[in-house]
Design a protein around this ligand. Structure first.
Ligand code: NAD
Length: 537
């Protein structure tokens, strides 16, 4: 039973709380620009009304350690009510023609664009990614709204040729119901955006359970979306929000009122979520961990490949699902490549992600620093050579935040099944190994449990054909002369194998947010059976 207490993993300390009463101007300016109160506790539940009397969650700035806010999460009763209201909201939304829903999305797009920079700054403040990436994340939401506006006029079914005279078969998409969206900390705006936009265009209500460590981003987004819904007389629960921890997440996943669970997070939690949804025959989209490799052939243009690997491995402090974690270098260019890469690593500007020019912000939590340190220690214990990095930044104000050095290691073992190679460590650690031919590199690439993103650097068309073909990379995102991270919204995004086989955003992803019916219509004066079956008395 949930009580009115603090979520333990987020450790409420009285002294830090006291600091929250006098919020820094750095933080208060951003919160005020998004209409988020800078004092008192903030309601973290929205179902048409703002409320929340459950666990208190603290939002902690990863750069300074400052407590940004205390958020009141959902009790089981509040979650139940939010689900009921979401269902009612869905019943209303499904009667609105899809192009009209598109017009509402267009207004939401405008409202988001108007707050893009402020919301981007909040992403940097609360999650820790650098400013241009924070703004880029909001831009992604804006872009997917544009996409969904167009889609609202193109969510077409099909007419299928019938074998029976005077019959026609239609494949018809209809709205699905309530879509539960559970999100990870590292994309606290965009992942909801991908789901909400398609789901809304399809005629569903969404109920969002964000990461417990980024509640402010979810509150700010919901306020913007809700303002448009309310202005247009729509029930707010079309985009409900329930903040909370694991128990709130579990309750959403287990609820039979949630027709589709779209889960983004770790493999470990995804495994639990996938089984729970399957056990009640619900639908799920799973977007789980990645363990992405870049492969550099001897003919690659290193002036492009080196900066791309640098961004892939160091960008977002290695906290993208698509971050480059494994680097396979052809023997002929390995020394030259590593030399150039280390030179770039030496130039990285570390600091406050809100400061222009910073390239490396903090890890999101103190716990993540521990995971980073453990991974580095394991590398050392197993005989890896650490080419650069491996330590926390302790100088000056960096000590207050979760700053770690981007690390390049050459593990002793090259066996992809070795834990070092087969596990996603959500931190800026790049493991590298040498290969002799493309077939070997592809084997390295594929022989891990995850299958999200991969990139090949080459100018040779024969390599490209092999890489994208049946003997090639088995990941959901297969790039050529493009890094592993930084996908556009137009193509379906997602991974294979233990990354969960989910697809979101562009392509055919929208087809998961509807229920499909095959409708056979007989407009003849006879009622023949299929396959010529006779059954007359
Ligand atoms: P996480 O798995 O710890 O948490 C994700 C969400 O699940 C959170 O909202 C959390 O509160 C909730 N949750 C936790 N336990 C639950 C349970 N038993 N039942 C239901 N919900 C539960 O992930 P994280 O640390 O926030 O995010 C990092 C991970 O997400 C990385 O593995 C990263 O690769 C992955 N990720 C994947 C993608 C993708 O598209 N493939 C995108 C972003 C992040």
């Amino acid at each position: 039973m949930l009580s009115r207490r603090t979520v333990p993993s987020l450790c409420l300390h009285r002294s830090r709380l006291a600091k929250a009463r006098t919020l820094s101007s750095r933080a208060s300016g951003i919160l005020s620009s998004l209409d988020i109160p800078t004092s008192a506790e903030i309601p973290g539940v929205y179902d048409g009304q703002w409320k929340g009397t459950g666990d208190i969650m603290e939002s902690v700035c990863p750069t300074t350690g400052e407590v940004l806010a205390r958020v009141q999460s959902a009790t089981p009763t509040e979650l139940h009510v939010a689900l009921e209201k979401s269902k009612e909201a869905y019943h209303y939304l499904r009667t609105i023609p899809a192009p009209r829903r598109g017009e509402l999305l267009r207004q939401i797009r405008e409202a988001l664009a108007a707050k893009r920079d402020a919301l981007g700054a909040l992403v940097s403040l609360e999650m820790g990614k650098i400013k241009t990436e924070g703004i880029g994340e909001v831009q992604e939401f804006v872009d997917i709204c544009d996409y969904a506006v167009g889609l609202s006029r193109m969510m077409n079914g099909r007419v299928v040729a019938s074998e029976r005279p005077g019959h026609t078969i239609l494949e018809v998409p209809n709205p699905l119901g309530v879509v539960g969206v559970l999100t990870a900390f590292n994309f606290p705006v965009a992942v909801y955006g991908w789901n909400f936009s398609l789901s809304f265009a399809a005629g569903n209500a969404t109920l969002w359970k964000p990461s417990p460590s980024t509640p402010l981003c979810s509150i700010a987004v919901t306020k913007i979306v809700a303002s448009v819904l309310e202005r247009n007389g729509l029930p707010g629960a079309v985009s409900a929000l329930v903040t909370g921890g694991k128990d709130v997440g579990e309750a959403v996943v287990e609820s039979r009122d949630v027709n589709l669970v779209s889960f983004t997070g770790s493999e470990a939690v995804g495994r639990v979520v996938g089984k729970a949804v399957q056990s009640r025959f619900g639908k799920s989209i799973l977007e789980l961990g990645g363990n992405n490799a870049a492969i550099v052939m001897p003919d690659a243009d290193l002036s492009l490949a080196v900066p791309a690997v640098f961004f892939g491995a160091v960008g977002t402090a290695g906290q993208r699902c698509t971050s480059t974690r494994r680097l396979y270098l052809h023997r002929d260019i390995a020394p030259k490549f590593l030399d150039a890469l280390q030179k770039l690593y030496a130039t990285v500007r570390v600091g406050d992600p809100l400061t222009n020019g910073t390239l490396l912000g903090p890890l999101h939590t103190r716990a993540a620093v521990g995971i980073y340190s453990d991974a580095v220690q394991r590398l050392r214990e197993t005989g890896a050579e650490i080419l650069t990095g491996g330590l926390r930044y302790e100088e000056g104000t960096l000590r207050q935040g979760n700053f770690v050095q981007p690390t390049i290691a050459v593990p002793k073992s090259t066996d992809p099944k070795d834990t070092i190679w087969s596990t996603e460590t959500f931190a800026p650690i790049l493991n590298t190994a040498v290969f002799d031919d493309l077939a070997q590199a592809i084997e390295f690439n594929n022989d891990v449990p995850q299958g999200l993103s991969s990139s090949l650097w080459t100018r040779d068309l024969r390599n490209v054909g092999k890489w994208i073909g049946p003997e090639g990379s088995d990941t959901g995102i297969v790039n050529v002369n493009v890094g592993t991270s930084g996908a556009e919204i137009g193509a379906a995004f997602g991974g294979n194998k233990s990354t969960g086989w989910g697809r979101e955003s562009g392509g055919d992803a929208w087809k998961q947010y509807v229920r499909w019916s095959a409708c056979t219509i007989n407009f003849s004066d006879a009622a023949p059976l299929a396959q010529g079956v006779e059954f007359s008395a």
